[in-house]
Design a protein around this ligand. Structure first.
Ligand code: TSX
Ligand code: MN
Length: 549
């Protein structure tokens, strides 16, 4: 890769075994418009997925593989998703003509001999066929055949389009398997919150993109002196089974972090900054004159002589030096925050689910759902407001149920049904919370400091689980009672806390209507329990409006 320019060697003194890869400039992100779920029945893919009949998909895409690998090296990449010894892990084999993909898969999964040893003579693996093709976006297709557990991807070498173990298998194909087999494949981080006694409580959280999922998973707690610490089990995907103890048990199917680089610094994610100094692949970041990776939002001022992500000399002020979707690919084992239980074969027991989004006005800092069914409704109605001016209007709210909109491998109405069905199978279903780190005041300033201070919100959840923290009922769920949030050492006014926890019934009535509109697209297939929850919310809101006049 160094010889043919696929990799550029970075400074081997300060970044040993680190390399920079520059992708084709038309191939810098997942491409949802050419990502298809190919089921016999269109309705099984549902209204939120692109659909193609399997036979049509194969007829269309098969010719794009003809001769595509000629003159290239073909890599056969066997990999395990999940700890090598876990009964819940699964095997995939990716065929690819990209050395970058093979090298990335080695970081992101348990690749090679471990997978072949586990596979033995079994044919129980998910095949994935990948070729860069000619990288022409017009001939780019990411095809999933969940009925035969097969993936075809052509025309892209980038991340989630090309590392087939990640979004294609661990989420889209796995979500289908999970419904068939009674488990869950979710777009969730997994963290453990250690309390002063040393007890660790595990939580899994789903946020849409640009909400800081990796940062939360790897958070350095602001309450460390008081004995509260956060341990990382995973930052992106959780596979969860009903354990023999009746708890929901989560494994991380991945072995690395493929995170967005811009904005990563000692304040936002000190653990990944430490981790990504060795054995790391950087993709589409900028590079300094000293041969170190660089991106917008890195600590300190930009040094002179930066080469941008396309390989050109960079002048500050015009376009960004690093591509906004530039990435680090780093082994999980290098994070100082990694949980000692991250490879437990049975997984870690999940006590809480956390949903969230970026809502400048609407959602309080945190609230708790009443019960499992209400919690599923809270997840199903998740939304986040857009930030990137490049993708259109800023502040437009987009629905993203359970952060699974681009990753659910089947009809999302059936997915809600599967969630509803999982609760009663659990002796101790996780409590379901919703958070919003992004509420703003009238001047547009963030009300909550976020980052390491978020541990205070996690601690409130833990105290709720343990029956120690008070809550105030609102029409959307329970918010912290005035004294139940631990705020010592934080200078934040009582007024600000009240504003952070406020629930405005008029605003939420509008939201309830928007939710109804969103649900319409699922038609008759939407589970009745979801409609029931919506009606219950509407009636709680109207009662509260009457009560407050
Ligand atoms: O990741 C974030 N988290 C979670 C951290 C564990 N971000 C970054 C989001 C983009 C990926 C946040 N941004 C968080 C947050 O909790 N909160 C905010 C908003 C915010 C930004 C800057 C400040 C405060 C809040 N600055 C100061 O308080 C000085
Ligand atoms: Mn993700």
């Amino acid at each position: 890769m160094l010889r043919d320019g696929t990799f550029i060697e970075l400074n081997q003194k300060t970044y040993p075994n680190c390399h920079l890869h520059r992708s084709n400039s038309n191939d810098v992100a997942r491409t949802e418009s050419v990502t298809f779920i190919c089921t016999r029945q269109m309705d099984d893919a549902g209204p939120t997925n692109n659909w193609m009949a399997p036979a049509d998909a194969k007829e269309k895409v098969r010719p794009l593989f003809d001769g595509a690998m000629k003159g290239r090296t073909m890599y056969v990449v066997p990999y395990i998703l999940g700890p090598a010894s876990s009964p819940y892990s699964k095997i995939g084999v990716e065929i690819t003509d990209s050395a970058y993909v093979a090298a990335s898969m080695r970081i992101m999964s348990r690749m090679g001999k471990a997978a072949l040893d586990r596979l033995g003579s079994s044919d129980d693996f998910v095949p994935g066929l990948h070729s860069l093709g000619d990288l022409n976006p017009a001939r780019r297709f990411i095809m999933h055949f969940p009925e035969e557990k097969l993936i075809w991807s052509v025309g892209s070498g980038y991340g989630g389009n090309a590392l087939l173990g990640k979004k294609c298998f661990a989420l889209r194909i796995a979500s289908w398997m999970a419904r068939e087999q009674g488990w869950m494949a979710e777009h969730m981080l997994i963290l453990g919150l250690e309390d002063p006694s040393g007890k660790v409580t595990y939580m899994a959280a789903a946020f849409p993109s640009a909400c800081g999922k990796t940062n939360l998973a790897m958070m350095v707690s602001a309450l460390e002196k008081q004995g509260y610490r956060v341990w990382t089990v995973g930052d992106d995907i959780a596979w969860m089974h009903v354990g023999s103890d009746g708890m929901l048990r989560a494994i991380n199917p991945e072995a690395g972090f493929f995170g967005v680089a811009p904005g990563t610094n000692a304040k936002t994610n000190p653990n990944v900054v430490e981790a990504a100094h060795r054995n790391t692949i950087f993709t589409n970041t900028a590079m300094t004159a000293a041969g170190e990776p660089w991106w917008e939002g890195m600590d300190g001022a930009p040094p002179a002589g930066i080469i941008d992500w396309k390989g050109n000399a960079w002048t500050p002020g015009k376009s960004p030096a690093a591509h906004p979707n530039s990435r680090y690919t780093v082994p999980a084992s290098q994070s100082p925050s990694l949980s000692s239980h991250w490879e437990d074969p049975e997984g870690v027991p999940i006590s809480a689910f956390i949903f969230g989004g970026r809502r400048a006005r609407l959602a309080p800092l945190v609230y708790e759902s009443h019960d499992w069914q209400h919690g599923v409704f809270v997840g199903a109605t998740m939304a986040s407001e857009t930030t990137a001016a490049a993708t259109g209007a800023v502040g437009v709210s987009r629905r993203d149920p359970m952060a699974m909109l681009p990753f659910c491998g089947y009809n999302m109405a059936d997915y809600f049904g599967h969630w509803l069905a999982m609760g009663p199978k659990l002796k101790n279903p996780p409590r379901v919370f919703h958070v919003n780190w992004f509420r703003k005041d009238a001047d547009g300033k963030f009300l909550w400091p976020g980052y390491g201070e978020n541990v205070r919100v996690l601690k409130w959840m833990l105290d709720r689980i343990e029956g120690r923290a008070g809550a105030t009922e609102t029409p959307i769920g329970n918010v912290p009672s005035p004294s139940s949030l631990t705020l010592d050492g934080l200078s934040i006014s009582r007024d600000t806390i009240n504003e952070l926890l406020k629930v405005d019934s008029a605003d939420w009535s509008k939201e309830e209507q928007a939710i109804g509109k969103f649900f319409e697209k699922f038609g008759e297939r939407l589970p009745p329990a979801i409609c029931q929850e919506q009606k219950a919310l509407a009636s709680r809101l109207s009662r509260s409006a009457v009560a407050t006049g």
